[in-house]
Design a protein around this ligand. Structure first.
Ligand code: NAD
Length: 289
C-alpha cells in the first residue's frame, strides 16, 4: 500500500507557484492577492484560515484577512462581499464556511463575483464545471484530481464510488471524475445516506472517495483489495493523551484499510493540504485575468 502524501505534494506545488509568482512580479510588478472573510470563532474554521494565510505567504501572495464577530448581520456581510467584488487590487476571495445560523450561506455565495470566486462555489462556476468549460473548480475536488494526476493513478474506465453528496465535495468530484478528461473517464456511483446497500457499492470500487463526516466509517473489510481510497473527512475525536484534547481522523479507518488498499490518503496530511493548494492555484489564475 502506498500512502498518498498530500502534505509533501502540496509543498512541491506551492514551491512551483512561488516560482511563477516571482517571475510575474519581476515582469510586471504584480502579486496575486487573496482575501478571506472569517465570521465568528469556530476553532476548525480558524485553523483552516491560518493555513490559507500561511500558504499565501509561502506562495508569495498578498493576503488580507477580514475577521468579524458572529453578531454581524447578513446585510453587513453582503456589504463586505460587494466591497471585495469591486476592489480591483483583490484578485479572489473566500468567505469561510460554515456561517452562523442567522446568515443565509446561499445568499452570500450568490453575491460573490464568479470571476473572484476562487473557492469555486458559485453556481456559475459549478455550471461551467459540469459542462467542462473553463472555471474555478471547487478546491477539494480539484486537489483530489491533482493528487490522482501527480501520482499517475489510472482513472480511465475505473469504477469510482463517491460517498457523500455535498455541493462542495461529493457532487462535484462525481461530475469531474465522470467527465471525458484526464483524470476522469470513470464510471461513477454517487452514494449517500439513503443508499440501500452501501457496503455492496463500495466493494465494487476501484476508487473510493469518502466525504461523509463520520469518523472511521469505512473499514478494511468494505474495500476491494488494491483500491485507491481518498479520505476527505476531517473529524475531531476526543483524545486525552493529546495536549489539545482531541485528534483528527478521517472517514476511513486508516489502520484496517491500509492493509487492503493499493493507495490511501492519510488524515491529516492527505486531501486537506491539497485543498489549500488548489485555492492558491485558483488565485494565481484569477490574478492573470
Ligand atoms: P456534508 O457534511 O455536507 O454531508 C455529508 C454527506 O455524507 C451527505 O451527503 C450525506 O448524505 C452523506 N452521509 C451521511 N451519513 C451517511 C451514511 N451513513 N452513509 C452514506 N452517506 C452518508 O459533507 P462535506 O461538507 O462534503 O464534508 C464531509 C467531510 O469532509 C467532513 O468531515 C468535512 O469536515 C470534510 N471536508 C474536508 C475537506 C478537506 O479539505 N479535506 C473539505 C471539505 C470537507
Amino acid at each position: 500500500m502506498k500512502v498518498l502524501d498530500g502534505k509533501g505534494l502540496a509543498e512541491i506545488i506551492k514551491q512551483e507557484i512561488a516560482e511563477k509568482v516571482a517571475e510575474i512580479k519581476a515582469r510586471n510588478g504584480n502579486v496575486p492577492h487573496l482575501a478571506a472573510v472569517l465570521v465568528g470563532d469556530d476553532p476548525a474554521s480558524q485553523s483552516y484560515i491560518r493555513n490559507k494565510v500561511r500558504s499565501c505567504d509561502q506562495c508569495g501572495f498578498e493576503s488580507t484577512l477580514i475577521k468579524k464577530d458572529d453578531s454581524i448581520t447578513e446585510e453587513e456581510l453582503l456589504e463586505i462581499v460587494h466591497d471585495l467584488n469591486t476592489t480591483e487590487d483583490i484578485d479572489g476571495f473566500i468567505v469561510q464556511l460554515p456561517l452562523p445560523a442567522h446568515i443565509d450561506e446561499q445568499r452570500i455565495t450568490l453575491a460573490i463575483d464568479p470571476e473572484k470566486d476562487v473557492d469555486g462555489f458559485h453556481p456559475v462556476n459549478f455550471g461551467k464545471m459540469a459542462q467542462g468549460l473553463p472555471s474555478f473548480l471547487p478546491a477539494t475536488p480539484m486537489g483530489i484530481l491533482e493528487m490522482l494526476k501527480r501520482y499517475e493513478i489510472e482513472t480511465s474506465g475505473a469504477h469510482c464510488v463517491v460517498v457523500g453528496r455535498s455541493n462542495i465535495v461529493g457532487t462535484p468530484i462525481s461530475i469531474l471524475l465522470s467527465r471525458k478528461a484526464s483524470p476522469g473517464n470513470c464510471t461513477v456511483t454517487l452514494t449517500h445516506s439513503r443508499t440501500r446497500d452501501l457496503a455492496k457499492e463500495i466493494a465494487r470500487a476501484d476508487i473510493v472517495i469518502a466525504a461523509i463526516g463520520i469518523p472511521n466509517f469505512i473499514s478494511g473489510d468494505m474495500v476491494k483489495p488494491g483500491a485507491t481510497v481518498i479520505d476527505v473527512g476531517i473529524n475531531r475525536v476526543e483524545d486525552a493523551s493529546r495536549k489539545r484534547g482531541y485528534r483528527l481522523v478521517g472517514d476511513v479507518d486508516f489502520e484496517s484499510v491500509s492493509k487492503v488498499a493499493g493507495y490511501l490518503t492519510p488524515v491529516p496530511g492527505g486531501v486537506g493540504p491539497m485543498t489549500v493548494t488548489s485555492l492558491m492555484l485558483n488565485t494565481l489564475e484569477a490574478s492573470a485575468k
